[in-house]
Design a protein around this ligand. Structure first.
Ligand SMILES: O=C(O)CCC(=O)C(=O)O
Ligand SMILES: [Fe+2]
Length: 273
């Protein structure tokens, strides 16, 4: 895994709100990640978010955007070994320009053959804390093309985003009702070979095309939370029990739920690695 970035790449990320890193994983690592993902998905079954019970409706529009399985690191050891890695935290912290990063969640996002597009949205407003330095990692485990559902970004929209969001629903352009000033920006497609990755800011507008192929588009993703973030009242991936214990403004610092992957000065996973 190549987790080194140049100052130019950091500057590109800060300006544009996203960056593609080529050859992030070696071909051998791609095989390991694919095998871990396939195993974790099979074992997880139909439960979308580990801590929340809900009925899956396989035919619902959203479930045909992607197969989404959240927090596989918590119920699959192979995924835990890959994701709970101080190098990912350090890379995310370096790009975002913060002292420490916790894992918020991982998510498998798999577009099946003929999957729906992923409507334009921001990530951080879905989460249980609010930060302009939130950052997401998206690792391509298949070659990602214009045909099979690559990501698209609206460059620099993280700078003018508020925390207002559109849901990932039937109308892929709903976000432009909220931010009409973004409607004339050209989207940048993020084409990637398997093993490349992208990082994007939690407030940049992004979406993905439909899968117009009979093949699969597998991605493994993570959301990272700057250390020191506080609860904003939203449930997102939290269980009912966790929710009941939290008050708005509480620090989210439970290492079992959100491990401190990296910190410049505090003891973290990095110091134990
Ligand atoms: O993979 C997709 O279709 C969407 C990914 C996404 O929205 C994300 O990683 O934040
Ligand atoms: Fe997203």
């Amino acid at each position: 895994m190549n987790t080194e970035v140049t100052q130019e790449q950091v500057s590109f990320y800060r300006e544009n709100g996203f960056i593609v890193l080529e050859d992030f994983l070696t071909p051998a690592e791609v095989e390991t990640w694919r095998a871990a993902l396939d195993d974790a998905i099979k074992k997880r079954g139909r439960q979308r978010i580990l801590a929340r019970e809900e009925q899956m409706d396989d035919d619902a529009y959203y479930n045909k955007v992607f197969v989404q399985r959240v927090n596989l690191w918590q119920d699959n050891e192979k995924i835990r070994d890959l994701i709970v890695d101080h190098r990912l935290g350090k890379l995310a912290a370096t790009l975002a320009g913060v002292d420490g990063m916790r894992l918020w969640h991982d998510q498998a996002l798999i577009k099946q053959p003929w999957a729906n597009p992923t409507g334009w949205h921001l990530d951080n407003p879905f989460w249980s804390w609010s930060s302009r330095d939130a950052i997401s990692l998206w690792v391509a485990l298949d070659d990602v093309t214009m045909q099979n559902g690559c990501l698209y970004f609206l460059p620099s929209t993280q700078k003018t985003a508020r925390f207002d969001n559109a849901s990932i629903g039937h109308n892929i352009g709903d976000i432009f009702k909220i931010y009409p000033e973004w409607a004339k920006i050209e989207a940048v497609p993020a084409l990637m070979k398997a093993g490349s990755c992208s990082f994007h800011n939690g407030l940049i507008a992004h979406g993905a095309g439909p899968n117009m192929t009979p093949g699969w588009r597998r991605a493994m993703t993570c959301g990272f939370m700057p250390d020191g973030s506080t609860f904003n009242g939203q449930q997102n991936i939290l269980s009912k029990e966790q929710l009941a214990k939290l008050k708005v403004g509480d620090l989210l610092e439970d290492d079992k739920q959100n491990p401190l992957l990296y910190h410049r000065t505090k003891p973290s996973l990095a110091s134990r690695a």
